[in-house]
Design a protein around this ligand. Structure first.
Ligand code: PMP
Length: 364
């Protein structure tokens, strides 16, 4: 049996270890494990689940969903203020990424990223038989626009992936930089706005002016529905029509669609979630700024990136883990050698992490 050539030497995406495995390894109860590494919401949206359970007879689980997902697209159209035909719904934003490489990348073609960034862009480009061209970010993590323009103009480039705000650095791309890329190149400029609700910024409106702009969004972060697996892509109608050519007809469950629709029609709850995350982020940031030996980067997301001056981030990661506090060790990533990342959670959970960090830095 022979696998595809593209999979030779291919490094798969590193999945988060399940909490039960971590607990077993540490000799802790699974309830003692707090996940600060997934950038999800700490609140279970119990109201939407209850609303869903009160209309189970409408769910039609015996049938396939409406494959155009029209009802959810109508709700999203109101939310992002974009026509229904300019939106396609996917099984998480990650399926959106899969559709984009299937739409735009040929074997040996390239996708450009502003590095460091979300590592799945590399994985997905390589599964399409292509590869990544990494343009290092500047010292303050802003995009190197000259470098990106040069890479985007390569003959073999098909996609530029910009994550805004960026995972894991927390900063947004500049609107004028994205406009320059859109105007000076004709490759697909993909802006992954998975965390945009926490920044209050979006480039969705620019899809009106540029066919080559594609925005990715998700219900996994501000909408607290990571387990439901719902994302969506926004672009001009001709571009959405192109992407729909490779979209599988039924990748979303009717249950997930119904939950996402309830969420999209309850924006007050979503706004409250966003406000709580932003407040918590700013509180944690202020606290950590007082600690010696840690630099905390500005963030427009629901997570913070920390850099340790002297302490070894691997050791800090292990120390925290022993207490059941699981943060993301990003120190193996080029440009982030001294760094750890954590997403904010409920105040009482964050307090445990802040206290632990305070002790670790005091004892160093
Ligand atoms: N884009 C970015 C930048 C992310 O961080 C993530 C999830 N961690 C995704 C996309 C994937 O989101 P989804 O859960 O919608 O597949």
């Amino acid at each position: 049996m022979r696998s595809r050539k593209a999979l030779e030497g291919f490094e798969p995406y590193e999945w988060e270890t399940p909490s039960a495995d971590i607990a077993a390894r540490l000799g802790l109860a699974v309830e003692q494990i707090i996940r600060f590494d997934t950038n999800t919401s700490p609140d279970v949206p119990i109201r939407w689940l209850r609303d869903l359970s009160s209309k189970l007879d409408e769910i039609g689980i015996n049938d396939y969903p409406d494959t155009s997902y029209l009802s959810l697209r109508k709700a999203l159209s109101k939310y992002v203020n974009i026509p229904v035909d300019w939106i396609t719904v996917t099984d998480g934003a990650d399926e959106g990424l899969d559709l984009l490489v299937k739409t735009f990348m040929d074997v040996s073609s390239k996708a450009v990223v502003s590095a460091p960034t979300y590592s799945y862009y590399r994985t997905i480009a390589q599964t399409a038989g292509g590869d990544i061209v990494s343009v290092p970010r500047l010292k303050d993590f802003s995009d190197d626009i000259e470098g990106l323009l040069k890479a985007a103009k390569r003959e073999d480039t098909r996609i530029v992936f910009l994550c805004s705000p960026n995972n894991p650095t927390g900063n947004s791309s500049k609107r004028e930089d994205v406009i320059q890329l859109l105007e000076e190149t004709d490759v697909a400029i993909v802006v992954d706005e998975a965390y945009s609700e926490f920044s209050g910024k979006t480039l969705v409106d620019l899809t009106n002016r540029y066919d080559n702009l594609i925005i990715l969004r998700t219900f996994s972060k501000a909408f607290a529905l990571a387990g439901a697996r719902v994302g969506y892509t926004v672009a001009s109608k001709p571009t959405i029509d192109l992407i729909n050519k490779v979209r599988p007809p039924n990748s979303l469950s009717v249950v997930s669609l119904a939950l996402a629709e309830l969420a999209a029609n309850d924006l007050e709850t979503v706004k409250r979630n966003i406000k709580a995350a932003v407040q918590e982020r700013d509180r944690c940031r202020k606290f950590i700024e007082q600690l010696k030996g840690i630099h905390v980067y500005p963030s427009e997301t629901n997570f913070l990136l920390l850099s340790f001056e002297k302490l070894d981030p691997d050791k800090v990661h292990k120390e925290l883990m022993k207490k059941g506090l699981i943060v993301r060790n990003v120190s193996k990533t080029k440009g982030l050698e001294k760094c750890l990342r954590f997403s904010v959670r409920l105040p009482e959970q964050d307090d445990l992490l802040l206290t632990a960090l305070s002790e670790i830095t005091k004892n160093s």
